[in-house]
Design a protein around this ligand. Sequence first.
Ligand SMILES: Nc1ncnc2c1ncn2[C@@H]1O[C@H](COP(=O)(O)OP(=O)(O)OP(=O)(O)O)[C@@H](O)[C@H]1O
Length: 291
Amino acid sequence: MQSHDPADQAAGLRVAPPRARPPRVIAVTGGKGGVGKTTVAVNLAVALSEAGRRTLLLDTDLGLANVDVLLGLSPRFTLADVVEGRCALADTILEGPRGLLVVPAASGKRQMAELAPAEHVGLIRAFSDLDLPLDAMVIDTAAGVSDQVLTFSQAAQDVVLVVCNEPASITDAYALIKLLSRERNVGRVQVLANMVRSPAEGRELFDKLARVAERFLDVVLNYLGAIPYDEWLRRSIQRQQAVVEAFPSSASALALRDLARRADQWQAPSGARGGVEFFVERLVQGAGAAA
Ligand SMILES: Nc1ncnc2c1ncn2[C@@H]1O[C@H](COP(=O)(O)OP(=O)(O)OP(=O)(O)O)[C@@H](O)[C@H]1O
């Protein structure tokens, strides 16, 4: 990893024996930008690591990457270097808090949606070569409803959709659910209300979305609860730390840790082989669906 050996960021990781079970893969998405997707992905991943789960946080937003900024990490290589063939996926891995592994993206690069088909294939191959003993992988997707967002969401077992109480967030969340359900056969979406001022506000927000989605779409929405609007969370971002680490007893940290506890109990993927094979297979299918 970069912090120990700049020549090979992941030498120690590659020799670790593979686990029997594939990791749980959770995509955090939202439709609209600025709803708190990255904040949720980072804190969920740190909280899972804190609970002893070997976790990889993958930033897939090549346009506005900020997982590394939120965690105060300085990447040498990023996912953009992998796409452009300059390094292997394992070379990008940084160590974050509590042993969390982080694959950063690169800010200011073009969107993954603009990748040529050959680059898409290269990215999928990069995942196949990744041989890490992981319990969980958390994916921070880009904002919007691009093919790339849909492909990563479809490849994950669980999609956490972050919404906040603004008309644009609700309509964009609905648009994303519609595409996931109609074009990618995603049958279940976990909805997390963010920046709410009361638990009732979160519940109402979910009810609004569920009423429309379940009426018009063949999809089950599951309410994951709410993360309160919290100034401590904003302070943690200024410190470039996860709030679950910086202010562990704040209201948002408690809610985010509770989210991790529940996510950890979701049904794990079945399958005899370890590694990320199943995820790669689903990425391939997803890339095919977009073509
Ligand atoms: N629960 C919360 N309480 C207070 N502020 C919050 C909360 N969640 C997120 N924020 C703030 O909202 C802003 C946007 O959060 P974040 O960057 O996580 O959103 P995003 O959906 O990933 O955005 P983008 O897709 O544009 O990268 C940040 O400044 C963050 O501090």
